[in-house]
Design a protein around this ligand. Structure first.
Ligand SMILES: Nc1ncnc2c1ncn2[C@@H]1O[C@H](COP(=O)(O)OP(=O)(O)OP(=O)(O)O)[C@@H](O)[C@H]1O
Length: 315
């Protein structure tokens, strides 16, 4: 996504330590207005700390954060009016009922969404009189999303958006996120779900050990892998597959439940088919598919030795 307007979120040289632990180490991020920007990374890589610094909930040790041009440490009221935050720990008063929580949060804003309609969208309509602590984990998660979005924020910071949600609820939440983006909301999304990142995000930052390894589109990240394609087929009477591993451009050959999967680059697809023809192997149910973000992510984070953040690549 390209835009000429100022970034909705701009982070420069962000650093945050907890005693001896360097949680965030010189992070730069720039999120355009109207973008859905994902942050992926292993547990403990500093994603939540980064979000909390952007939201003004933690004070950085160094660096600058601007959100809608505001400094979250100084312009607290203005940031609170324009930014919706969903944190991993909602931290609500246990006896607060769903309706009370939604009404309370809605009352902070000039033009809130209708709490009843939002609760309905998030499958909470029948839980309006339940206290927060008696909700299931997934219902608490949906309430946290509702509270982040009830104020029609210009920027939504969503930390682990759909953790604990069943697949159906997850799809509904994705639709809601796409809808708020269509209305102009910028979304920063922390997730461990590759499918979610691939489905929703315009660009993704992959972080590890508090540093940004790479920022790219989902397609761009997949394109960075050594093997962006997978040729798969079933066949009776296969010759020795070890031979296939040494074809130029092939990086992996696996056999799973009788289906052979060959991970390779684009030029290697024809070489693999030639290899099969030369050995009179007929590939049945032949499929050529793109690698997933999952594979691209695993390639990236496992390939990085200690201090790999030095090789920062930002598009
Ligand atoms: N309040 C805190 N006090 C001390 N250390 C903390 C605190 N919060 C986080 N940390 C440490 O900072 C590092 C980054 O944590 P953070 O929660 O930001 O990571 P994360 O990428 O969001 O992890 P996860 O995917 O598990 O949620 C970790 O080593 C964590 O143990």
């Amino acid at each position: 996504m390209t835009t000429t307007s100022a970034p909705a979120i701009e982070v420069r040289g962000l650093r945050k330590t907890y005693g001896p632990v360097v949680a965030v180490d010189h992070v730069d991020l720039s999120v355009s207005e109207g973008e859905i920007f994902g942050v992926l990374g292993p547990n403990g890589s500093g994603k939540s700390t980064t979000v909390e610094c952007i939201a003004g909930l933690r004070r950085p040790d160094a660096g600058t954060v601007r959100i809608l041009g505001l400094d979250p440490a100084k312009d607290r009221d203005a940031v609170e009016r324009s930014v919706g935050v969903q944190l991993q720990q909602a931290g609500l008063q246990p006896k607060l009922r769903v309706r009370e929580a939604l009404d309370l949060f809605a009352s902070f804003y000039d033009d809130p969404r209708d709490p009843v309609e939002l609760a309905d969208r998030l499958g909470l309509a029948e839980r309006m009189d339940h206290p927060w602590r008696k909700l299931s984990g997934g219902q608490q998660q949906r309430l946290a999303i509702a509270l982040a979005l009830v104020g029609r924020p210009k920027v939504a910071l969503l930390d682990e958006l759909s953790t604990g949600l069943d697949p159906h609820s997850r799809r509904e939440v994705w639709e809601l996120v796409e809808e708020i983006r269509a209305e102009g909301t910028t979304v920063l999304l922390v997730t461990h779900l590759m499918e979610e990142a691939q489905h929703l995000c315009d660009r993704i930052a992959v972080v590890e050990r508090g540093r940004v390894l790479v920022v790219d589109t989902p397609e761009g990240l997949i394109g960075r892998t050594a093997a962006p394609l997978v040729v798969s087929f079933v066949s009776a009477g296969l010759p020795d597959l070890d031979d296939l591993r040494i074809v130029t451009g092939v990086s992996d050959v696996m056999e799973r439940s009788g289906r052979v999967q060959v991970a390779c680059d684009e030029p290697a697809v024809l070489l693999v088919l030639d290899w099969l023809r030369d050995r009179a192997v007929r590939p049945d149910r032949l499929r050529i598919t793109e690698s997933t973000l999952d594979e691209a992510y695993l390639d990236l984070v496992s390939e990085q030795p200690t201090g790999a953040g030095d090789k920062e690549i930002v598009r």
